[in-house]
Design a protein around this ligand. Structure first.
Ligand SMILES: *Cc1c(COP(=O)(O)O)cnc(C)c1O
Length: 228
C-alpha cells in the first residue's frame, strides 16, 4: 500500500468511527513522520495531508526547513519528550507543542516564542495511567498548569494529550474525556477544542471516547526501522 492509500484508509476509519457514535465531532489526523524521510512527507502532502508530528527536535527542524524551502505551508506539532534545553528550537519552529507538562517548560516556550509568530498552540500532556516510563503531569495538577498557560501571552492552550499504556483499558480514555470536559468548564473563555489521543493501534476506541485528534505514524508510513 502507498502512503496515499494508507491515508485514505485511515480517513475512512475515522469517518466510520465518528458515524458509529453519532457525533458531529471533527477528528483531525496528525501524521507522525518521526524517523521518516522528507520524501515520505512530500508523498503525504501530495495526498492532502497538512499536519505532521515529530518527536526529535534536531531531526524535525531539518525537515521543517526543507519543507519551507519547497514553499509548503504545513502545520508542525512537537509530540516528543521535551527537555528544557530544547524549548527554543520548538518555540521557533513549531506551530503546536503537545507535550507541555511543567510550568518551567511553559514559561520557556512563552519567552522564546518569536514576536512575529502566532502564539504557540499548547496541549498539556497528562500521565493518565501512571506509568513510570511515560512523562506527563498527574490529573490533579492539570488545572494549576492550565491557569499558568492561559496567563502567558505567547501560548494558546488548546487542550490535552496523552499516551496511554498499549494494553490500557477503555476506562483510561473515559478518564481523559472527563478531564477534558473539566478543563473546558473551568476555562470557558478559552478555545479548548483538542483532545489528542489514539495512535495506529487504538484510534478507533480513542475516537469512541471523545478524541478530537489522532496521531498516526506506522499505519501511514509503515514500520519504523529505528528508534532513537
Ligand atoms: C510515535 C508516536 C505516535 C505514532 O505511533 P504509531 O503507533 O506509529 O502510530 C503517536 N504519538 C506519539 C507521542 C508518538 O511518539
Amino acid at each position: 500500500m502507498t502512503i496515499a492509500e494508507n491515508l485514505q484508509q485511515i480517513h475512512s476509519q475515522i469517518k466510520q468511527a465518528v458515524a458509529n457514535i453519532n457525533a458531529r465531532q471533527e477528528v483531525r489526523l496528525l501524521a507522525v513522520s518521526k524517523t521518516k524521510p522528507c520524501a515520505d512527507i512530500l508523498a503525504a502532502v501530495q495526498a492532502g495531508q497538512r499536519a505532521f508530528g515529530e518527536n526529535y527536535v534536531q531531526e524535525a527542524v531539518e525537515k521543517i526547513q526543507f519543507c519551507k524551502e519547497q514553499n509548503l505551508n504545513l502545520e508542525w506539532h512537537f509530540i516528543g519528550a521535551l527537555q528544557s534545553n530544547k524549548t527554543r528550537l520548538v518555540a521557533e519552529n513549531f506551530d503546536w507543542c503537545q507535550t507541555v507538562h511543567q510550568s518551567k517548560i511553559a514559561q520557556r516556550l512563552n519567552a522564546q516564542r518569536p514576536a512575529f509568530a502566532e502564539p504557540l498552540n499548547v496541549l498539556i500532556q497528562i500521565n493518565i495511567d501512571d506509568e513510570e516510563s511515560k512523562s506527563g503531569i498527574a490529573p490533579s495538577q492539570m488545572l494549576e498548569l492550565a491557569q499558568l498557560i492561559v496567563s502567558l501571552p505567547n501560548l494558546r492552550l488548546r487542550g490535552l494529550m496523552t499516551i496511554p499504556a498499549p494494553d490500557c483499558g477503555e476506562e483510561v480514555y473515559e478518564q481523559m474525556l472527563v478531564l477534558f470536559k473539566q478543563l473546558q468548564a473551568q476555562l470557558p473563555d478559552q478555545a479548548i477544542d483538542t483532545l489528542s489521543m489514539g495512535m495506529s493501534n487504538d484510534l478507533i476506541p480513542a475516537i469512541q471516547h471523545g478524541s478530537t485528534m489522532v496521531r498516526v505514524g506506522t499505519a501511514i508510513f509503515g514500520a519504523r526501522n529505528y528508534t532513537k
